[in-house]
Design a protein around this ligand. Structure first.
Ligand code: NAD
Length: 430
């Protein structure tokens, strides 16, 4: 009898390690049908989840209703479970090298409680080979068991996008893979039970890992091309979006827009692939160039801010800028790897005083993460205003409201191009 049937009949338990943006929605969805244990090492987050509160602020309390789930901060509690899903963070360190500590820590913990017949399925984004070469040896070492003989593994990458309320966990076609055909079959059945749009069966774990990482690498490179074009077209004095719209009238041109590439996926995952490539003796050129261009954009914008102020006869050292928005994208509270923080530091490096506001960001979190103190409110004496994130609140702000908080004539840097530039006298967008 397979593990899927045992889960369905609640003879066995499913565990989810890492209850963040990815792990919690997934755990709750499975808990509608199976018995689930959710583990997170962060005790404060566990306490909130026990009160039906999502610490990542993506789900409301109704998502917890009717779920057969036990929350715990004790890894040993997973002993009761047999099908383990791991969705811990996989970020990079200050040298842009994959930080596998959470993933290896979680693998060690699972290894300690692993039993014959168990499954471990990894969801965290990694480079191809990580599951089999880095995680499985820990599972084997800690458990004394042998993969393929005593237990099986799989990899199923998550494709959700933060803030997207339409393409949620169950709505997305999900890639699944397994260490052998039986594992693939069982894992596929378990996931298919909760998914509306089914699964894509990858031919191997490495293929599934690589597929995930190239989805975001491709996006990073596409945006980097638009960013490079934006720099060129800025020098020429033409609007990038107008050029892209015109080019997009050709059937095989793909439209992208320039922007700050932050967050914990698109700006991070390419480094995983680069790391693997370098390990194998290949120095990646295109992927690295994309990363370089995207990382340069905050500096480029800051330079243009200074040029604008000087053109208006202002001394940047005497100027005050308002930066509106610091989250990594519009209408979310997530500030991880926000490139606006880089932009603020670049502007401040020119001795410009910067006020930062954001209705979605938590001021304490921003201070903790970036050392940036957010302004209590918006003042009325700004030399330049930057709309850094296209939050709905900023879309609704009128020209007269923006003019009212400007010291002299409004200088607007609308990075995401959410306003109609033709309505403004001094307007810049990427
Ligand atoms: N957030 C997204 O939209 C998204 C989309 C696709 C893929 N991913 C990938 O999914 C993975 C998880 O990302 P996330 O955004 O959910 O991260 P997150 O930071 O929101 O959540 C991770 C959770 O894991 C916990 N944790 C860390 N180490 C742990 C350990 N050893 N044991 C138990 N819990 C631990 C943390 O306390 C946190 O609550 C990453 O690999 C990420 O790249 C994320």
């Amino acid at each position: 009898m397979g593990i899927y049937k045992d889960l369905l009949e609640k003879k066995k338990i499913l565990s989810v390690t890492g209850l963040g943006y990815v792990g919690l929605p997934l755990a709750l969805e499975f808990a509608k049908y199976f018995k689930v244990i959710g583990l997170d090492i962060n005790k404060e987050r566990i306490e909130l989840m026990k009160q039906n509160i999502d610490p990542s602020k993506e789900l409301d309390s109704s998502a917890f209703e009717g779920c057969d789930i036990e929350f715990t901060a004790n890894p040993l509690d997973l002993k009761k479970a047999h099908f383990h899903i791991i969705g811990v963070p996989t970020d990079i360190d200050e040298h842009m090298i994959p930080n596998l500590k959470p993933l290896l820590g979680a693998s060690t913990n699972i290894g300690k409680i692993l039993k014959k017949g168990d499954y471990a399925v990894f969801e965290s984004t990694v480079y191809p080979g990580c599951t089999e070469d880095d995680c499985v040896p820990l599972l084997e070492k800690e458990s004394g068991l042998t993969m393929g003989v005593d237990f099986k593994v799989g990899y199923s990458p998550e494709r959700i996008v933060p803030g997207d309320k339409v393409r949620t966990f169950t709505k997305i076609l999900k890639i699944v893979s397994g260490s052998d055909l039986e594992a693939l079959e069982e894992i596929d059945q378990v996931y298919n039970h909760v998914l509306d749009n089914g699964t894509y069966r990858a031919s191997s774990i490495k293929v599934a890992e690589a597929a995930k990482v190239i989805e975001n690498t491709q996006r990073d490179i596409n945006i980097s091309l638009m960013n490079e074009l934006a720099i060129i077209f800025d020098k020429i004095g033409i609007d990038t979006n107008e050029v892209v719209d015109a080019a997009g009238s050709k059937w095989n041109f793909h439209k992208y827009t320039p922007g700050l590439v932050g967050g914990h996926c698109i700006g991070v995952d390419p480094y995983y692939l680069m790391h693997k490539a370098k390990q194998l003796g290949h120095d990646p050129q295109v992927i690295a160039a994309g990363r370089r261009v995207n990382n340069y954009i905050p500096h480029f914008i800051a330079k243009r801010v200074v040029q604008s102020l000087i053109e208006k006869g202002k001394n940047p050292g005497d100027c005050k800028a308002l930066v509106m928005g610091i989250t990594f994208k519009e209408d979310v509270s997530d500030i991880r790897n926000s490139k606006v923080a880089d932009l603020i530091k670049e502007i401040a490096d020119y001795s410009i005083t910067v006020d930062t506001v954001d209705p979605h960001a938590d001021a304490a979190e921003v201070h903790h993460e970036y050392g940036i103190t957010m302004a209590d409110g918006i003042g009325n004496d700004y030399d330049v205003i930057l709309i850094a994130v296209g939050h709905q609140e900023y879309k609704e702000m009128s020209k007269s409201e923006l003019q009212a908080i400007s010291k002299d004539d409004l200088i607007l840097f609308d990075i995401k191009g959410i306003k109609d530039g033709k309505e403004y006298e001094t307007y810049w967008k990427l």
